[in-house]
Structures are given as structure tokens and as C-alpha cells.
Design a protein around this ligand. Structure first.
Ligand code: ZN
Ligand code: ZN
Length: 251
């Protein structure tokens, strides 16, 4: 086995491992030079062979790829055994059956991984393209790059890089935690109200001790709440331009 073959084998194993873990993929076949190398979930060998032969025919008869263009496409293959998406990336072919959105994302990620210019962690530069992620509820395993979980509909604001544990957005941009404009405006406003209530309380206490005390107490509670809210930071995705600015500020 040459070095190149070993690398290829390692690639295929990683793709197999990836597809076996993703929710929403019911069947998959990894085809190399016309032969099924890996297959999984609800599929047996004879079916894998039959489908890979069929998919090879379909791909070969599809001629919309012009020379010099990237060898990547997703075609939909309708068979008596259901609807499949097939993608060819070089001499590799991947057949998937399951949720359309998941399949498209998984195929895109596999392409990025193969081309080695995939989704890199912006903090540590490790390849994240075929790292399965978990949705915020922790129940669903998904391909990287989705903005919400299609199963429990929770928003995916960021994931933690499995290598460096830092937050990364579904676009692959770094996430920083900041106080939002809304938080700043709201807390400033409540700060002013707190000060006013305190002021009124002090004036009132000259007339009525009870009224003054209630007012001062309310102001104190409001003040504590405002302080707590003002500490809240929200995840913010940095775009490439902002990353440059942040980098310049840091240095
Ligand atoms: Zn979920
Ligand atoms: Zn990282």
C-alpha cells in the first residue's frame, strides 16, 4: 500500500465514521472507483452493490460538468428503493438517503474535507468540516454548518471546537461574548430610574419614614437587578473584517 493509498483509506474511514454518527441519514454508501467500500445504517451488502452500480451509471450519464470545473455535484437518484442524493467528488462517490437538508450539508462538508480547504477552526486551525456537532439540547447529532436543529428547532449560535474548546459560529467564524447595544441601553435607562427612585426616596423619608424606606428599598432591588443584567454577555459572530480589526486592537 502506497502512502497515497493509506491516506485515501484514512479519509474514507473518517467519512464512514462521520456518516454513521449523523442523525437524519438513514442509509449511506461510500463508493470508490465504482465499488462500495463502506455502507451503513439500514443497508446490506447486496443493496450497497446494486445502488452503487446504479449511481455510477447515473453520474456517468450526467454531463453538465464542464472540464476544469470542480468535480462536485449532487444529483438526486430515484430508485424503487427510495430517493437518494449522490455526490461525486473526484473518484469518490457518496450516496445518502434521509433528510434533504442534513444530506446536503453532510455532502458539502465531505467535499470541504476532501479538498482540504475545509471549515477550519478560526482559533486553532484544525479541520472541523466532518466533525459531527450536537444541537444545544444535546439530543441530536448534526453536520457542522446548520443554524438550527431541524428536529428540536433550537437555534445553534455556536459550537465549541473539539480541539481548543473555543466558540465557533456555524459559518466557521470566531464567536466573542459581548454586551449588546440593547443591554447597554436598557441597563443605562434602568440605572437612571434607580437613581431617581433613590432620590425620591430620600426626599420622601423627610415626610414619611415608611414611604421613604419603601422607595429606597425598591431602588436597591432595582439597582441589583440592573447590575446583574448589565453583566450579561451575548455571543457575537465576528466577520472576517471584524476579525482583522480585533486582531489589530489586540496587538
Ligand atoms: Zn435538536
Ligand atoms: Zn479550535
Amino acid at each position: 500500500m502506497s502512502e497515497n493509498d493509506r491516506n485515501k483509506q484514512d479519509y474514507l474511514e473518517q467519512i464512514n465514521e462521520y456518516l454513521s454518527r449523523i442523525d437524519g441519514i438513514n442509509e449511506y454508501i461510500i463508493v470508490m472507483e465504482g465499488f462500495p467500500i463502506y455502507w451503513g445504517k439500514d443497508i446490506d451488502q447486496s443493496r450497497a452493490e446494486e445502488l452503487s452500480a446504479l449511481a455510477t451509471d447515473v453520474i456517468n450519464s450526467t454531463s453538465f460538468l464542464r472540464e476544469g470545473e470542480e468535480e462536485y455535484m449532487i444529483v438526486t437518484l430515484e430508485t424503487s428503493k427510495g430517493l437518494f442524493s449522490v455526490s461525486r467528488i473526484g473518484d469518490l462517490m457518496v450516496l445518502l438517503k434521509g433528510d434533504a437538508e442534513i444530506i446536503r450539508k453532510a455532502l458539502e462538508n465531505i467535499r470541504l474535507f476532501i479538498n482540504e480547504r475545509g471549515l477550519k477552526c478560526p482559533w486553532c486551525n484544525n479541520d472541523l468540516s466532518i466533525k459531527p456537532i450536537k444541537c444545544p439540547s444535546g439530543k441530536h447529532v448534526l453536520p457542522f454548518g446548520l443554524y438550527y436543529c431541524p428536529y428540536c428547532h433550537t437555534k445553534i449560535e455556536y459550537i465549541k471546537c473539539p480541539y481548543c474548546n473555543k466558540p465557533v459560529s456555524p459559518h466557521g467564524n470566531p464567536i466573542v461574548f459581548k454586551r449588546t447595544k440593547e443591554t447597554i441601553v436598557t441597563t443605562t435607562l434602568f440605572g437612571i430610574i434607580t437613581a431617581l427612585m433613590l432620590f425620591i426616596g430620600l426626599i420622601l423619608s423627610k415626610v414619611s419614614i415608611l414611604g421613604g424606606s419603601i422607595s429606597v428599598l425598591s431602588a436597591t432591588i432595582l439597582g441589583i437587578l440592573t447590575y446583574m443584567v448589565s453583566r450579561k454577555k451575548s455571543p457575537v459572530e465576528l466577520t472576517r473584517r471584524e476579525q482583522n480589526i480585533e486582531g489589530r486592537n489586540r496587538s
